[in-house]
Design a protein around this ligand. Structure first.
Ligand code: PGU
Length: 391
């Protein structure tokens, strides 16, 4: 059996496991070090009680003859698809355009399978590594970077961007924390229409947008349904990183060049290689979207956003150049002239703080590190006091 040559194109470790192995290596030498993680974007606060009750009830029902359920529809429970259509999209999107998944990451992989390898793609640089690396695994023909940096306000210069079949775009952005405005998204949609490209819009952090003028979904912009797929997740929205639940919207208006429906193909693909998200997780997801539970969820989101503001103020007070952290849970911190893995090592060894080196998200991240605001408050304060201490 020959090795899949696409896999040999990848670096030996994916970014987050590489960070973890450096952390383990450090801990092996310094077993008493009390590390603080501002690294991987994983939630830390408990899920509100009423949602946990819904998860428990769904589990309990599986132990009763009357309440037992087996395979569900591959597309997801109808009541959850309907609830997402109402509560997230205010009925702008129909329930049969919403497909429930076991998380955004998993659907990104399946979308890459949907479009296959005979395509070109454009990816923001820096970006969540799955867009790039998943496409390399798939063997896509061409990957065009879209540099996003402070100089262009983290929005690619579409005027000199080459046409590609797919365009990946993430807002609020991981890792920069930048949020695209309605005008910017309109530009992107016009560009995709002109070029007959499809946008894969990753809205995994949309629940962190507080500014009412900023778009939470690409479908708030005219014509988006003709060119865009949107993926989202309960992970950062409701602390479901371990529960695993998300959704993908494939509008019926989205067509291939021959006029056939992408929605129909997606349905064909997931009914073949995906048997639906866990029924327990879906019951929990339905509870998340109940009005009274959304109030609890919003409190947790505000808590993380306060963490972000505290960290950002502290870093700015010592003259650091910090981006993001407003309407987004990530801070993108510049260390001019320094290589990001060196900055990562410095934080790990001198401050006992785990960060993510910016170069792991693309070459534009070389002088940056990413900090997450998903921690506990005490740890955020402790991290700040360690950063303030002279080493
Ligand atoms: N999309 C974006 C933009 C993300 O940042 C993440 C998680 C996901 C999708 C995945 O969502 P799920 O619904 O939970 O599958 N990013 C985190 C976690 C790292 C990882 O390995 O996925 C991060 O730290 O960037």
């Amino acid at each position: 059996m020959k090795r899949n040559p696409n896999l040999s194109q990848l670096k030996s470790n994916y970014l987050f496991p590489e960070v973890n192995s450096r952390k383990q290596e450090f801990l092996a030498k310094n077993p008493k070090a009390a590390l603080i993680s501002l690294g991987v974007g994983d939630t830390t606060q408990p899920i509100p009680g009423a949602i946990v009750q819904a998860l428990m009830k769904a589990s309990y029902n599986l132990g009763t003859l009357k309440g037992y359920s087996g395979y569900g529809p591959e597309q997801g429970m109808q009541m959850l698809r309907k609830k997402i259509s109402e509560k997230i999209f205010f009925n702008r999107i129909e329930p049969d355009e919403v497909f429930i998944s076991d998380g955004a990451n998993c659907d990104l992989g399946r979308l890459q399978m949907l479009f296959g390898s005979d395509i070109s793609i454009a990816v923001q640089d820096p970006a969540y590594p799955v867009y790039f690396e998943g496409s390399v695994i798939q063997g896509v023909k061409e990957i065009v970077p879209m540099p996003c940096n402070p100089e262009n306000h983290f929005f690619p210069d579409l005027g000199c961007l080459k046409r590609t079949d797919l365009i990946y775009f993430c807002s609020p952005n991981n890792p920069t924390g930048a949020v695209a405005t309605k005008d910017q998204l309109k530009h992107l949609i016009d560009f995709a229409i002109q070029n007959r490209s499809i946008i894969i819009f990753d809205a995994a952090y949309s629940s962190y947008i507080q500014d009412p003028l900023l778009p939470k979904s690409i479908y708030e912009i005219e014509n988006a349904e003709k060119v865009a797929i949107e993926i989202n997740s309960f992970s950062k929205f409701a602390g479901f990183t371990g529960v695993r639940l998300g959704w993908t919207v494939i509008p019926k208006a989205l067509k291939y060049e021959d006029g056939t429906s992408v929605n129909t193909d997606w349905n064909r693909l997931i009914t073949t290689i995906f048997n639906g998200a866990s029924n327990i997780a879906q019951s929990g997801g339905y509870a998340v979207l109940e009005e009274e539970n959304m109030l609890e969820i919003r409190k947790i989101i505000n808590f993380y956003l306060e963490n972000a503001a505290i960290l950002k103020n502290a870093l700015q007070s010592i003259g650091k150049e910090v981006f993001g952290g407003v309407n987004a849970p990530y801070l993108w911190v510049r260390f001019k002239g320094q290589e990001s893995w060196d900055t990562f090592q410095y934080f790990l060894e001198e401050k006992h703080i785990v960060t993510i080196p910016g170069s792991g998200f693309g070459s534009q991240g070389n002088e940056f590190i990413r900090l997450t605001a998903f921690g506990n408050r005490e740890e955020i304060h402790e991290a700040i006091s360690r950063i303030f201490q002279k080493s």
